[in-house]
Write a protein that binds this ligand. Sequence first.
Ligand code: PAF
Length: 289
Amino acid sequence: MTEVAAGTRTVTTIAELRALVAGRRADGASVALVPTMGALHDGHLALVRRARELADVVVVSIFVNPLQFGPNEDLERYPRTFETDVAALAGLGVDAVFAPGVDEMYPRGADGGTTVHAGPIGARYEGASRPGHFDGMLTVVAKLFGIAQPDLAVFGQKDAQQVFLVSRMVVDLDLPVRIETVPTVREPDGLALSSRNRYLGPDQRQAALVLVESLRAAEAAAGDGPSELLAEGVAAFGDHDGVSLDYFVVVDPETFLPVGDDFRGRALVLVAAFVGSTRLIDNAYVDIG
Ligand code: PAF
C-alpha cells in the first residue's frame, strides 16, 4: 500500500483491499464503496461526501472498465486524472482508493470470464445505443461488491438507468449491499456534471444545455399528461447544428418501462444526445398529474 495523505491509502490489488477492509470490519466499522472511473468532478465528490456521512470506512474505486465500452467508444481517450483524483479524495477523508489494473480485475482477459447479464431493461435506452454496456458495468460492479464487501454503495442519479440496474441486480442476485443514490450535481446554468463534459468545446458546451432545457420544458408540461410532456420536451430540444437527439423517453421509475398515456404519478424523463461526438445523458423526475 502507498501512503498518499494522512489516512488515505492507494491500493492496487484485491488482496490488499480485502485485508484493509477486513481489519476495519474486525473493529466493528461499516464500509461504503463509491465506484468510479476517475476523472472526478463535484458530482463524484458529492457521492463521496454522502458515503462519508453514512459509513465509518469509505473506499473509492477508480477503474476505467474496458468491459463497459463498445469497440467504437472512448475507452482510449477516456480522461485519466489519477493524481488530482487521489488528492481530492484524500481531502475528503477517504480511507482507501482502490485502483487496480485491468489484469488484476480481469485475469482471464477483458472478455474471457464470467459476466453479469443486465436483462431486458439493459437493452433499452443507453443499452440500445451502447450494446453490452450494462453487462460490462454490472460485471465490474458485482466484482467490486465481492472485493470490497461494502455495507452500502453510492451511485449518482445522473446515470439513472445504471442505478436502476444496479439496484435490480442487488435484489435479483441477493447481494447484501444497500444502494444509496445522490441527486445529480449541475453547473449553475443547469448542465449536469459529467466526466465527458471536458470533451466539449465552448460552443458545444453551450449547445449541451439543450438537454436540461428539454427536461425543464417536459417538466413544465407534466400536468398535461405523458404525450404532452413528451411533445413539449422534444420540441424544446429542437434542431441544432452538431447536436443529435438519441432518445427522449418517459419511464415508470419502478419498472423503467415507458409509461402509457394513462400513467399518473411520479415518472422519470430520460434524454440522451450526441453533442459533436460526445454522448451526454440527463434525466429528471416529474409528477404527471
Ligand atoms: O458510473 C461509472 O463511472 C461506472 O459505470 C461505474 C459504476 C464506476 C462502473 O464502472
